[in-house]
Design a protein around this ligand. Structure first.
Ligand code: AMP
Length: 189
């Protein structure tokens, strides 16, 4: 199986590139952010997740890991999976390794999109015009998301680097240029 972690700060282009990767490699796309947003808004779980995401904070690991595992189990015949927005903490990365190991599987590669902070802020505010996401529209929430990324999420790259699975990709350029760089990394697996 081809199991890709698509990694990078909010606004790096993970969702956009995921769409192209799914089509190109025939993979299942799992975005924990999308899963949280698709929950029945009246459910306790949705309310809990929203109480964190509205502020730009991460949803607690135990909840997020359970959600992710349930999502993976919905696709027993997948050729491979793109993990988009997960893992976002070292605890999540360890849980994912253990979960996949239990299925005789593992992560193939982490592709980390590298985009400067100013560009992220510009992209997120622009995305807010079409996404309707409150967490994209407010500069303070954006700043908190980026701060949380640096503090809690960036260290996850080291986790995969230690396993020899990290590939850094320049996330500046046209969508197709960036996609070409990602494919070049993936095709070497
Ligand atoms: P995203 O769509 O990836 O930008 O995620 C939107 C929000 O959902 C984040 O700001 C978090 O509040 C929550 N979220 C998504 N994925 C995770 C994760 N792996 N761990 C914790 N919280 C997450």
């Amino acid at each position: 199986m081809l199991n890709l972690v698509l990694f990078g700060p909010p606004g790096a282009g993970k969702g956009t590139q995921s769409e192209k990767l799914i089509a190109h490699y025939g993979l299942v796309h799992i975005s924990t952010g999308d899963v949280f947003r698709a929950l029945n808004p009246e459910s306790d779980l949705a309310k809990l997740a929203k109480s964190y995401s509205d502020k730009g904070d991460l949803v607690p690991d135990d909840v997020t890991i359970k959600i992710l595992e349930n999502e993976v189990l919905k696709h027993p015949n997948a050729k491979g999976v793109i993990y988009d927005g997960f893992p976002r903490t070292n605890a999540q990365a360890e849980a994912l390794d253990k979960f996949l190991e239990g299925k005789g599987d593992s992560i193939s590669l982490m592709v980390a999109l590298d985009v400067p902070e100013e560009e992220l802020k510009t992209r997120l505010l622009k995305r807010a015009e079409v996404s309707g996401r409150a967490d994209d529209a407010d500069p303070e929430i954006i700043a908190n998301r980026i701060a949380n990324y640096k503090r809690q999420t960036a260290p996850v790259a080291e986790f995969y680097k230690a396993q020899g699975k990290l590939r850094l990709v320049d996330g500046i350029g046209t969508i197709d240029e960036i996609f070409g760089r990602i494919c070049a990394a993936v095709d070497k697996v």
